[in-house]
Design a protein around this ligand. Structure first.
Ligand SMILES: [Zn+2]
Ligand SMILES: [Zn+2]
Ligand SMILES: [Zn+2]
Length: 138
């Protein structure tokens, strides 16, 4: 396969496999496992192309650089969980609903965004490990 095609399909595959929004750096790390010569400029170029043809969608959390997820996931209403220690963003399936009662009287909600912040399962387990080890040492 031609190098650019190989890189493009590797980028697509990485995003499909992740099933969560990825930053350009995360995409690069994932792609390098199969196409090691890939550079960040290639990732950005392919992000642009995949955005243009509607394969991926940007996920922009407040105060964050955009991450990207597959458009088929993005089209289905969902929310995100931002793990603070590892800086990864995950999809959240549930939705509390329209939250009409939060809007002032007479206001009409058009849409909403919701981001949960905390610690992912991996980080929570790593923390527990560390605490256990610390306790063991004393
Ligand atoms: Zn998402
Ligand atoms: Zn919702
Ligand atoms: Zn985490």
């Amino acid at each position: 396969m031609e190098r650019t095609t190989r890189q493009r399909s590797a980028i697509r595959a990485a995003m499909e496999a992740a099933a969560r929004p990825l930053s350009p750096q995360e995409i690069l790390d994932a792609v390098r496992t199969s196409v090691p010569e890939t550079g960040i400029a290639t990732v950005y170029r392919n992000i642009k192309l995949l955005l243009a043809d509607g394969t991926i969608q940007p996920v922009t959390l407040p105060g964050e650089n955009p991450r990207y997820e597959m458009a088929q996931l993005a089209h289905h209403h969902h929310h995100h969980f931002h793990c603070v220690p590892c800086d990864r963003v995950f999809d959240v399936e549930g939705c509390p609903g329209t939250m009409e009662h939060l809007a002032p009287a007479g206001f009409v909600i058009d849409h909403h965004e919701l981001t949960l912040y905390g610690v992912c399962a991996d980080c929570a387990a790593a923390r527990k490990d560390k605490t256990a080890r610390k306790r063991g040492a004393h």
